[in-house]
Design a protein around this ligand. Structure first.
Ligand code: PGA
Length: 254
């Protein structure tokens, strides 16, 4: 059985003070909601304060990115060794990292291996852009991203995958529940081929892209969708709370 995960990706939003205020209010509203794992991913600079604010709570903390090397002359980068005391999860290969910072499969597989080595739980993002979607290349693109980003990653372990069609991110044009289910079932097939039936049936696969309190029920009622990676709506306490509640009502999956 898979416990659903609702992850808030705050992206480059919130000052230190705003981040603390946001988790203070989320602690009031989502801490005690059961049957769903709750995660917030603030900017690096707020991780320590958010961790302290959430100490003893049921809400987990994640980073939005990391570098694959452990330390050294990599100006501006942050390593798994630095993150492991601050958070439990790390988002790897978000489409904005691929698009604006030229991250690619070989770089991402190194990051995932480094995250796993230091007991951080990676959330690998995959998804096609609009042009690829319109050309009917979704499965091809997702499969290539899966293969290259997970090259050398022999155990699925704590890995979560987030399917985020780029055309649905921040656009208000969410995929339908059925579209998301089809691609996520395809991804679970890739996981079965690589990691075997048992590991793949335990792996969480999330949907992301314009998730709101209005469309969340449609996603979580699909057989293979184990939660969501939420951007915009994760910055609003009421919306994020509602998304967590709706997910909790559906309970365990698998
Ligand atoms: P969105 O972002 O919910 O604002 O579309 C999702 C994401 O990029 O993780």
């Amino acid at each position: 059985m898979r416990t659903p995960l609702i992850a808030g990706n705050w992206k480059m939003n919130t000052t230190l003070n705003e981040a603390v205020q946001l988790v203070k209010s989320l602690k009031q509203t989502i801490n005690s909601i059961s049957a769903v794992e709750k995660l917030v991913c603030p900017p690096f600079i707020s991780l320590a304060a958010v961790r302290d604010e959430l100490a003893g709570s049921e809400i987990k903390v994640g980073a939005q990115n990391m570098y694959s090397e452990e330390k050294g002359a990599y100006t501006g980068e942050v390593s798994a060794v630095m993150l492991k005391d601050l958070c439990q999860f790390v988002i790897i290969g978000h489409s904005e990292r691929r698009q604006y910072f030229n991250e690619n499969g070989p770089m991402l597989s190194k990051k995932i291996l480094a995250a796993i080595k230091h007991n951080l739980k990676p959330i690998l993002c995959v998804g096609e852009n609009l042009q690829q979607y319109e050309a009917g290349q979704t499965n091809f693109v997702v499969s290539e991203q899966f293969k290259t980003s997970l090259a050398g990653v022999e155990q699925s372990g704590t890995l979560t995958i987030a399917y985020e069609p780029v055309w649905a991110i921040g656009t208000g044009k969410a995929a339908s529940g059925q579209q998301a289910q089809e691609t996520i079932a395809f991804i679970r097939g890739l996981a079965i081929a690589k990691y075997g039936e048992k590991a793949a049936s335990e792996m969480r696969i999330l949907y992301g892209g314009s998730v709101t309190p209005v469309n969340m029920a449609e996603y979580i009622s699909q057989a293979d969708i184990d939660g969501a990676l939420v951007g915009g709506a994760s910055l609003k306490t009421a919306d994020f709370t509602q998304i967590v509640k709706i997910t909790s009502q559906k309970g365990l999956k698998g």
